[in-house]
Write a protein that binds this ligand. Structure first.
Ligand code: HEM
Length: 513
């Protein structure tokens, strides 16, 4: 009798606690949606109430929240609330204010958590700490430093050409995304780790590597919502992880490879490779960071490998995507292809000679083609939030409370028809036309690398790769045709952090003849 009484009492307590927690959440949500500091901002009330909205669009529908945000802007105006905590702005003139060079801009933990690399410059939330870490990275990527990479870049591009020659001979279509991914990976690993991963030598263009990067970005949408997933995967036996998510195994193995490289540098048993030495490279990014003015805590293995992973991850897929999308649009627009070829033939009379960066970076039409390629390949397609930790920010009549994450998205900037008329048309000429009196230069609105203190550190390297690769490939190979490839294979359909076309696309394929 007494036991029954106790168990009924226990049941009641559990139910009461459950009801209390439920009531607490309901009350908190009502307060946040209707009375909290972000209540005055327009937008969907459901999105203001719960992160599950974003989960549905980004995880279930695979990277579609960006398009929902775009739709909401049409309905609610240039500033909207898109989650219980976050605002989004669609007003091109505000970009340089939000992504300021000088004002304090923290990152949003919800965003950086998706890669779980808090030791990296990219993953550093605090603007103060970021400036210190970024200052140590900058010299490694300065224009002067990148100019010195010409022999290495020429060497890699001639390897690329040997692979294209094979396909030219066989007449088989070549999948450009994997091949460009091999090129950019071999370049960034040789430069940053002094140890090229040699993917251009792989018979089938290392499909596992392409899959790894894709798996990492797809997993990111889930990890943002459930940040405990990655630490959990690390402690589970590999066999279990493999069954649950094979992409995760690739990520863990990639991290281990970089961790081993870092440890070898710290232990002083790192051997520079013959390939690197012959091409004038004798240091890894870890040597550069260890020799920098960073304090000892920033020179620990636990931080340095994270920096290495970001540089390799950020340097490879973004540039490969920009190369692929630009290559497609050149071939899809015969007039563009002809004008580019004429310029290249005039500037580079010998089609087999290696291309000099200082020559091709001066070519106006090649520059315009690359700008237009950057515009339609977007860079990172997801929104990038910035936070002023201490002071409120002003947008039109709104005062944004200090500490609020506010994002803007390159996709919305680059397809804004007022700035870029006929935004989905690939028209390099727009970059060469005279701007109306008093209008700012057009590249003010080109944000594939983002802007301000936290913009991409690899811009000079990425641009050098674009100039040299496109100039070489379009000067050397006269007979190029798209193979069963249409706009459907490049147009943005899913925002998987990086832009993705339809998921069943076979990618951009080209026949060289
Ligand atoms: C076309 C090629 C590229 C594009 C479109 C691109 C785009 C971007 C963007 C948009 C960001 C800012 C991300 C954010 O705010 O969270 C970024 C950051 C970064 N990128 Fe790139 N990137 C490219 C190539 C490269 C290359 C070649 C490297 C290095 C080898 C690189 C290394 C980095 C690093 C280390 C960061 C973090 C910088 C920081 O937080 O201070 N990127 N990139």
């Amino acid at each position: 009798m007494e036991t029954t009484f106790v168990s009924v009492l226990q049941q009641h307590s559990v139910i009461s606690a459950g009801c209390f927690i439920l009531l607490f959440y309901v009350a908190r949500t009502i307060y946040s949606v209707y009375f909290g500091p972000l209540a005055k901002f327009p937008g969907s009330k459901l999105a203001a109430a719960t992160l599950w909205y974003e989960f549905y669009y980004d995880v279930i529908l695979m990277g579609c929240y960006t398009f929902k945000i775009q739709e909401w802007h049409k309905e609610y105006g240039p500033i909207i609330r898109i989650s219980p905590y976050e605002l989004h702005i669609d007003e091109p003139e505000y970009y340089e204010e939000l992504y300021s060079h000088h004002k304090p801009r923290d990152k949003y933990p919800f965003y950086v958590n998706q890669f779980e690399l808090p030791g990296s410059t990219f993953g550093t939330v605090s603007h103060r700490l970021h400036r210190r870490r970024r200052a140590a990275l900058n010299p490694f990527f300065s224009k002067q430093q990148i100019n010195r990479l010409q022999p290495m870049l020429t060497h890699m591009i001639s390897k690329l050409c040997s692979r294209i020659d094979e396909f030219e001979e066989s007449g088989q279509p070549m999948g450009m995304r994997p091949v460009y991914m091999c090129l950019t990976t071999d370049i960034v690993t040789l430069y940053a780790l002094n140890q090229s991963w040699g993917y251009l030598d792989s018979e089938d263009f290392a499909p596992l590597w392409v899959e790894t990067i894709k798996a990492v970005t797809v997993a990111g949408a889930v990890i943002k919502q459930f940040p405990w997933v990655l630490p959990l995967m690390r402690i589970l036996p590999r066999g279990v992880v493999r069954v649950m998510d094979p992409g995760m195994i690739m990520l863990l193995e990639w991290q281990e490879k970089i961790q081993a490289n870092t440890q070898a540098v710290i232990d002083g048993r790192y051997k520079t490779t013959q390939e690197g030495t012959e091409l004038g490279l004798d240091k890894t990014i870890f040597h550069a960071l260890l020799e920098s003015d960073l304090p000892p805590e920033d020179k620990l293995h636990s931080r340095l490998w994270q920096e290495g992973q970001v540089v390799v991850g950020a340097g490879a897929d973004t540039t490969a995507n920009a190369l692929t999308v630009t290559h497609f649009h050149i071939l899809d627009n015969p007039d563009v292809q002809k004008r580019l070829r004429d310029e290249l033939v005039a500037a580079l009379p010998d089609k087999s000679a290696s291309v000099e960066l200082r020559v091709v970076e001066q070519l106006p039409y090649l520059n315009a083609v690359i700008q237009e390629g950057f515009r339609l390949s977007y860079g990172v397609s997801t929104r990038l939030q910035r936070i002023h930790p201490k002071e409120s920010m002003r947008f039109q009549d709104y005062e944004i409370p200090a500490g609020t994450p506010v994002g803007m998205t390159s996709v919305l900037m680059h397809t804004n028809p007022t700035i870029f008329p006929d935004p989905h048309v690939f028209r390099p000429e727009r970059w060469l036309e005279k701007r109306p009196e008093g209008a700012p230069p057009l590249d003010r609105y080109l944000v594939n690398f983002s802007k301000g203190s936290r913009q991409c550190v690899g811009i000079n390297l990425a641009k050098a790769e674009m100039y040299l690769t496109l100039a070489t490939v379009f000067r050397r190979y006269e007979g190029q045709k798209l193979f069963e490839t249409t706009r459907r294979d490049v147009d943005l359909k899913h925002d998987l952090f990086l832009p993705s076309a339809e998921l069943d696309s076979k990618g951009v394929r080209v026949v060289f003849s």
